[in-house]
Design a protein around this ligand. Structure first.
Ligand code: SF4
Length: 326
């Protein structure tokens, strides 16, 4: 593991058993053999349609869900099987920002109490220090002037202000790694870019590493350095944002990019190559490449053998038989 890596994910699998009466259990394979490195201070976007396993992967990286197989190495320490007290330090270092912050706030707590709670739980005893840290966090997320917000309740804030509060709560323990799960998908378009720029600012000023989970490929360029495209429990393409957007190698990435609305009306009727459809059923993946039922380029080998991840050029990997020289 390079000393530039903060999180190393090795062949991670998260399978949920489905019990059946008098029969051996089946498994919903939400994450099925994922490997990647997250570098210190970088933002890696994890992109894919709903149900592809990206939230499960994010929560497993935070050890909120137990991995079934594979390893998670954080800053040189194997955290795959840590639990209870041994995991307490990691709970401070790694935080999550949710899609809908409103449902994760106690509606009876004002802003001050929402931000004070994690500090109390994590043993910050001095009241003065707690107040200073709360003011610092509100300053960082630009909920200003502080006096106007500190005593407000969540229902008194706008959607954008609530998401800033959720970011402040994630920052209050000074984490080094944050999983941001669709942090802007419930916000108005005008507020989305503002929040993404705020996250980018925090990434640069505090050197925080982000795993940015989204189904909206159009937002990744505002915030991320690299992008991993996930389909049916696997990463199918990984590389620098610019490379993946302009020289994508996987037909599924092509489909996601084609689906970005084009503001130019002359381009609205461009023929779509990829066959529309739903993600595959995680209980019974098709044999071979999981994307083959929707892929316009599918060949015989695609129906029988799963393509391995292959580095096509430095830092740009793809799992597709079209890109493997035989
Ligand atoms: Fe399409 Fe085959 Fe590539 Fe899968 S491996 S994406 S089916 S060409």
């Amino acid at each position: 593991m390079s000393n530039k890596t903060i999180l190393q994910v090795e062949n991670l699998k998260v399978w949920f058993p489905i019990k059946r009466l008098f029969k051996t259990p089946l498994y919903a394979k939400a994450v099925d053999g994922v490997s990647f490195n997250l570098l210190k201070g970088e933002s890696l976007a994890l992109v894919g349609e709903s149900g592809c396993g990206k939230t499960t992967l994010g929560k497993t990286c935070l050890r909120l869900i137990e991995p079934t197989f594979g390893r998670l190495i954080y800053d040189g320490r194997d955290i795959t099987h840590l639990s209870g007290k041994d995991l307490k330090w990691y709970r401070r270092e790694a935080q999550m920002i949710y899609q809908d912050p409103f449902s994760s706030f106690n509606p009876f707590f004002p802003v001050r109490r929402i931000l004070e709670e994690p500090l109390i739980v994590n043993g910050v005893k001095s009241k003065e220090e707690r107040i200073n840290r709360i003011q610092e966090a509100l300053q960082e997320v630009k909920l200003l002037p502080i006096e106007d917000f500190i005593n407000k309740f969540p229902h008194m804030l706008s959607g954008g202000q609530r998401q800033r509060l959720a970011i402040a709560r994630a920052l209050i323990l000074r984490p080094k790694f944050i999983v941001a799960d669709e942090p802007v998908s419930m916000l108005d378009a005008s507020v989305r870019v503002e929040i993404l720029y705020l996250l980018k600012e925090l990434q640069i000023s505090q050197g925080i590493s982000f795993l940015y989970i989204t189904h909206d490929i159009a937002t990744v360029k505002y915030f991320s350095d690299r992008m991993a495209v996930m389909y049916s429990g696997k990463i199918v393409e990984l590389g620098e944002i610019r490379k993946v957007i302009t020289s994508h190698l996987h037909p599924y990435t092509e489909a996601l990019i084609e689906a970005i609305p084009d503001p130019d009306p002359n381009n609205r009727n461009v023929e779509r190559k990829v066959i529309p459809g739903e993600p595959q059923n995680p209980v019974a993946w098709p044999p071979g490449c999981r994307f083959h039922p929707r892929c316009p380029y599918a060949m015989d080998i695609c129906r029988v053998e799963e393509p391995p991840m292959n580095e096509v050029e430095s830092g740009h990997q793809v799992a597709c038989w079209l890109r493997i020289k035989k």
